[in-house]
Design a protein. Structure first.
Lengths: 379, 124, 386
């Protein structure tokens, strides 16, 4: 069994979540949209899950729109708002592709621009203020925590700035929910995206949290589900799973944070003993479970493959399907040199990881560091 | 029979086993009918004033409509035609615990009551 | 649930036990890898995804690379229609569809109308079929796409898709077919039929909810503008982490559907015929949909002289639909039946029966008996001139 250190890509399903899902996977619970008794039981389960997710993120149950995942939620937020509001779209330079590409897809019809970050990956607030002052803005998208570096954005001032300029604020909380406290209301966000499979829930389900005042054009037309905002038969089992996962995440947040943070610090201490290691955004608040680092001069892909062979599942950055070996846009936006960015490794820990695994990983890195030929990555 | 669509109990009881359905055909029987627009619901009451009063109902429409008909026939037979004086839509609504979105069924019942009153006292 | 009779398989089907078992393997502590991850766990998941893709492709005579995973048929329909129109550009674009498509197609086309696309809404014939000649007659130089369902979800009527496909190919017009009710019931061979885009939904053929697929032809290439952007998954056509367990489930369900299709179709047709015989022996029972072009698993009947809600209330042990499952929350009479010429009252007093793999003749007989009793009582109750 490999040591799994890639929890930001996805997490294993919690056994308690699976147990909750099973009756809805193959029970007589039919279609939550049907009228008879089993439809009602399914509908009740869906509403209970809504409450559970709402409790995790500090919103009202009625503000939750189920989606097929975080990507859909981000697309719905960006495109859904863009379809009803004039003005530019601004997105943080380190946003997830699901936000960035959704915004860029609209670049033909309107102005779309990135908001710069500093070398630590923190939003440049004065740059944002200047951009907001340039003219009408429909939406600003800023993630709560970055999937690669783990950088946690302090969005306390974001809502005020954004709202003063008359724009909506969308917060991608896909990586943050279940790892740090996330409060939709306190953030002042207008929209927020969530993904079940990042918090030990099933894949295939996510949510967009939306204040009632925010008008959206749906992505999926047809069917009255989700108040007409998202047509399609409800995936009851997945929704139930997401709800239970959210409840467990809320109840166990402190324990999970302590556990992963301790392991992260252990890992960072170990990394510090490797010559030349550079941890990105080392000086700012990051998710308790995430470290992205590089061993300069190393072929990142080769290192990943070696680690994989040694039984360690890690990644270089987002687990996206493009298959391109390009340096991550997140690190480039932080001003990291492309050759170094290409060598980046991301370790993202979970509740199932142990100190022994961390130590073994560090030792493996040390051995590889010693044995791998130091090839300069061709530019 | 299970009340899977969760109708109020007073409605459900009368819908499941509608008593006093039919039509009184004798010469001394009155028969009135009320319809909602587009005849989505039709309620018919036939009545022999007596005493003792004899009443039958027929109904086309949702379970609430049918329950209203059954209840009207029931009240007429147990309390006599004097009951007609105190029945209105609000009374039907509350007695049968009809939800607001079905208020039109109670109004239909009231229409039938008014028609019966008129038939009993044409001069009024 | 003893005594309960499920005749609503067109709305949704239970997981086949083999499907469930296969899915559970991917919900345990070895199957959770992200199929896009570049390590052993991820590769394992990816292999399972690709195996499932081949199984879905085989069900419809396509090749694996032509299958795009979606979260269901609603999304697949949205992607096909919006994707094709957006790729081509909405400027002076025209599309053809019917008035009786599934809500996901109707609402998508309506939305595109608000964005300036011209839409021709074809009426069905009294049997619920869309006539090929009418489609051809509606074509304009600017027509980009025709979207037509293979089997109507309410009536079970089969559209002349096989006849239409080559005619549209000749004229360079894309054809999108919502095959949600056709898959696993009718033989589908896209190697032989020039359909460009085709939507599938797993939970209609004993697979899980939350997963569907869109067939996107490679040769000639059907071009779509993606609707979900992000990591570039599914050849850039549909971004988003793939849910391995759901995809595996759809694959197994597709494999079983292909293997059982002919036998299922025969059995279901016989069950529907048995039910129809027992119910149309009552007076005032009308069949909705052309009997000569009927999918084996759907029977839609209107019952004159009674109220539909009262009918359904007297059938607590029977799962049936009136109108499409998606719109049964509102009490509006089915727009499909209205388009077939049924008035509000008849449309409202209609039931869609759809038996499934586990349905037995005894279930049909019991259902028929319950419906007859309910109809009989309600007709007794109704005034003669109602």
């Amino acid at each position: 069994m490999p040591t799994y250190l890639d929890h930001n890509a996805t997490t294993p399903l919690d056994a308690r979540v699976l147990e909750a899902m099973l009756p809805y996977l193959s029970g007589p619970y039919g279609n939550a949209s049907s009228l008879h008794r089993f439809g009602r039981a399914a509908r009740d389960a869906v509403e209970r899950a809504r409450e559970q997710v709402a409790a995790l993120v500090g919103c009202q149950p009625g503000e939750i729109v189920w989606t097929s995942g975080g990507t859909e939620a981000n697309n719905l937020a960006v495109k859904g708002v863009a379809a009803v509001r004039r003005g530019r779209l601004l997105y943080g330079a380190t946003e997830h592709p699901a936000v960035m590409e959704a915004a860029l897809a609209l670049a033909g019809e309107r102005d779309v621009a990135a908001v710069a970050v500093d070398a630590q990956g923190i939003v440049d607030w004065s740059a944002l203020a200047a951009q907001l002052a340039q003219g009408p803005v429909a939406l600003v998208a800023l993630m709560r925590a970055n999937n690669e570096t783990g950088v946690v954005q302090d969005l306390a001032r974001a809502a005020a700035l954004v709202h003063e300029a008359g724009a909506w604020l969308h917060v991608d909380a896909v990586q943050a929910a279940g790892r740090i406290a996330v409060d939709f209301r306190a953030l002042g966000a207008d929209l927020m995206s969530l993904s079940s499979h990042k918090l030990y829930g099933p894949k295939g389900i996510g949510a967009l949290v939306r204040r009632a005042e925010v008008d959206l054009v749906p992505l999926h037309h047809g069917g009255p589900q989700e108040k007409g905002l998202r047509g399609g038969t409800e995936n009851v089992a997945a929704i139930v799973g997401f709800g239970v996962a959210a409840e467990l995440a809320r109840q166990e947040l402190e324990r999970r944070t302590r556990h992963t943070l301790a392991l992260r610090e252990r890992l960072e201490a170990g990394l510090a003993t490797l010559p030349g290691v550079r941890v990105f955004a080392a000086g700012v608040e990051r998710l308790p479970n995430t470290v992205q680092f590089a061993l300069p001069g190393f072929d990142g892909e080769a290192l990943l493959m070696q680690l994989d062979r040694k039984g360690f599942a890690v990644s270089s950055g987002s687990a996206c399907a493009s298959g391109k070996h390009e340096p991550s846009h997140v690190l480039l936006a932080m001003g990291v040199e492309p050759e170094i960015a290409r060598g980046a490794i991301r370790v993202s820990l979970g509740v199932d990881n142990t100190a022994e695994q961390i130590d073994a990983f560090v030792e493996t890195l040390r051995a590889l560091h010693a044995s791998l030929s130091r090839t300069v990555v061709p530019v | 029979m299970d009340n899977v669509f969760a109708y109020p109990d007073p409605v459900w009881r009368r819908f499941v086993a509608p008593a006093r359905s039919g039509r009184l055909n004798t010469a001394d029987a009155l028969c009135v009918q009320a319809r909602t627009p587009a005849a989505a619901a039709v309620l018919e009451l036939s009545l022999r004033a007596g005493p003792p009063a004899q009443a039958r109902f027929r109904a086309f429409g949702c379970p609430v409509t049918i329950a209203v008909g059954a209840w009207l026939a029931e009240v007429l037979e147990t309390e006599g035609v004097a009951a007609l004086q105190r029945i209105d839509a609000a009374h039907i609504l509350s007695t049968l615990e009809i939800p607001q979105d079905r208020a039109h069924c109670a109004l239909l019942g009231e229409d039938v009551v008014l028609a019966l009153r008129k038939a009993l006292n044409p001069a009024v | 649930m003893s005594g309960f009779i499920d005749l609503d398989h067109a709305a949704t089907t239970p997981l086949d036990p083999a499907v469930r078992a296969a899915m559970l393997e991917w919900l345990d502590d070895t199957g959770y890898g992200n199929p896009a991850s570049d390590h052993a766990l991820g590769r394992r998941a990816r292999a399972a995804v690709e195996a499932a893709r081949a199984e879905v492709a085989a069900l419809i005579g396509a090749s694996s690379e032509e299958i795009i995973w979606t979260s269901g048929a609603t999304e697949a329909n949205n992607l096909a229609i919006k994707g094709a129109l957006e790729f081509r550009g909405a400027e002076r674009a025209h599309l053809i569809t019917s008035r009786i498509e599934h809500k996901s197609v109707v609402d998508t086309c309506r939305y595109l109308e608000t964005r300036g696309v011209r839409v021709s809404w074809l009426d069905p014939d009294p049997g619920g079929r869309i006539d090929t000649a009418r489609v051809i007659a509606a074509l304009r130089p600017e027509t980009v796409l025709v979207s037509l369902m293979w089997v109507n979800n309410e009536t079970g009527t089969i559209n002349p898709v096989a006849e239409l496909a080559p005619l549209l190919r000749e004229r360079g017009v894309l054809l999108h077919v919502d095959a949600v009710q056709a898959a696993g019931k009718l033989a589908i061979d896209l190697a032989a039929l020039p359909i460009d885009l085709l939507s599938l939904s797993a939970h209609k053929f004993y697979g899980p909810k939350g997963i569907g697929a869109l067939f996107v032809r490679k040769r000639p290439r059907a071009r779509l503008a993606p609707q979900l952007h992000g990591g570039g998954h599914e050849q850039g056509m549909r971004s988003g982490t793939l849910a391995t367990h759901q995809i595996v489930g759809m694959g197994v369900a597709a494999r079983l559907a292909a293997a059982r299709r002919a036998g299922d179709a025969e059995r279901l047709a016989a069950l529907c015929a048995r039910l129809e015989r027992q119910l149309t022996s009552l007076p005032g029972v009308l069949r909705n949909g052309d009997a000569a072009h009927a999918a084996p698993h759907i029977l839609n009947l209107s019952f004159a002289g009674i109220d539909g809600e009262s009918l359904r209330a007297r059938l607590p042990m029977l799962a049936v639909s009136s109108g499409s499952a998606c719109s049964s929350a509102t009490r509006e009479p089915s727009y499909v039946l209205r388009a077939l010429g049924r008035d509000d009252r008849l449309a409202g007093a209609s039931l869609r029966f759809s038996p499934g793999r586990a349905t037995r003749e005894t279930d049909i007989d019991a259902a028929a008996q319950q419906v007859r009793a309910a109809v009989g009582l309600l007709r007794e109750l109704a005034p003669g001139d109602a």
